[in-house]
Design a protein around this ligand. Structure first.
Ligand SMILES: [Zn+2]
Length: 332
């Protein structure tokens, strides 16, 4: 029996073979991506690019099925790729430890048949939506929080886009996050599996659901919502405001934790060998390189620098102070 024999009985030989020719990007490998990526890998999607900026943390293990205790501190994209290559060694896999910004989205998300949203933030989703508008690539908007979630396949130019539904990203603090509302693993699993089904439909040429589905799995509720009837000016005229936005550095307070995250655009490539002695001289303490990260302390700040230029500073620090620390140390 071949690897795909059971799925071929259902899909038919032709549709199943079509999957081997497809290229899919999974953006975000948290709880959603931990379910979406394995379903697509095991179904034999020809190529998967796995994009995530984060490292595996202990608080992820409750729901992020790709990871174990052994992976703590490792980049999620790399761990995911290693795991999926053992689940299905016959497909192409690529791991990108990257933060999606306007400066790299065109490069990172070009040449795919489908983009799956496993992210937890609207900044990334609006970038994906712009890329979909620009290139006509289908994507599946997927979100989960608490025991609730939404799935909506968006196939420009044939369907309304995310901005037809929500014109602008909600302001920071206006939406619940996993840090404020919590999240239950099985609920995310249902939502991510629902999104994976829509992915299989799109990839095999069956029309995806045209409606938005919203679940509340704690209250046993499912709503099927019609997308907006009128189209926004952005997808109508292919205006890609988020892809076109120019910024060089953002410093924002960490959600649910004391500290600041610094992101740079376009992402760069830090020279850890050059930075390490400078950081050690400043702080009078030893810093450690490990793969994609350089970690150490300066005073009470617990600092992680990433190769792509990001920095996480845990401790009592304001975004302004973090920004000037970064400029002093890394330059910008
Ligand atoms: Zn639109």
């Amino acid at each position: 029996m071949s690897r795909y024999s059971k799925q071929r009985i259902f899909l038919g030989r032709e549709a199943d073979a079509l999957l081997r020719t497809k290229r899919v990007a999974v953006v975000g490998l948290g709880a959603l991506g931990s379910v979406i990526a394995p379903w697509l890998a095991r179904a034999g999607v020809g190529h998967l690019t796995l994009i995530d900026r984060d490292l595996v943390e202990r608080s992820n293990l409750q729901r992020q099925l790709l990871y174990t205790e052994d992976d703590l501190g490792q980049p999620k994209a790399e761990v995911a790729m290693a795991r999926l290559s053992r689940a299905n060694p016959e497909i192409g896999l690529q791991a990108m430890v990257a933060d999606l910004t306007s400066g790299n989205t065109r490069e990172l998300l070009s040449g795919f048949d489908l983009i799956c949203d496993g992210t937890d933030n609207f900044e990334a989703r609006f970038l994906i939506n712009d890329m979909a508008i620009l290139t006509g690539t289908p994507w599946i908007y997927t979100g989960a929080i608490g025991a609730e979630g939404v799935v909506w396949p968006i196939c420009p130019p044939h369907t309304p886009c995310l901005r037809c539904l929500i014109e602008e990203p909600p302001a920071f603090g206006d939406v619940d996050t996993c840090d404020t509302a919590g999240v239950l693993g099985p609920a995310v699993g249902v939502i991510a599996s629902w999104a994976s089904m829509e992915a299989l439909k799109i990839l095999t040429g069956k029309a995806p659901a045209r409606k938005l589905v919203r679940f509340n799995l704690w209250e046993d509720e499912r709503q099927i919502l019609h997308p907006p009837k009128s189209r926004c000016p952005y997808c109508t005229a292919k205006i890609t405001e988020f892809l076109d936005s120019r910024w060089t550095m953002k410093a924002s307070e960490l959600c649910g934790l004391e500290g600041v995250q610094i992101r740079v655009n376009p992402p760069g490539r830090l020279d850890f060998d050059a930075l390490q002695p400078r950081l050690e001289a400043r702080s009078g303490r030893e810093w450690k390189q490990r793969g994609m990260t350089l970690k150490g302390y300066e005073g009470a700040w617990d600092i992680t620098l990433f190769r792509d230029g990001r920095a996480l500073i845990h401790g009592a620090i304001t975004p302004e102070r973090a920004r000037s620390w970064y400029t002093e140390v890394v330059g910008c």
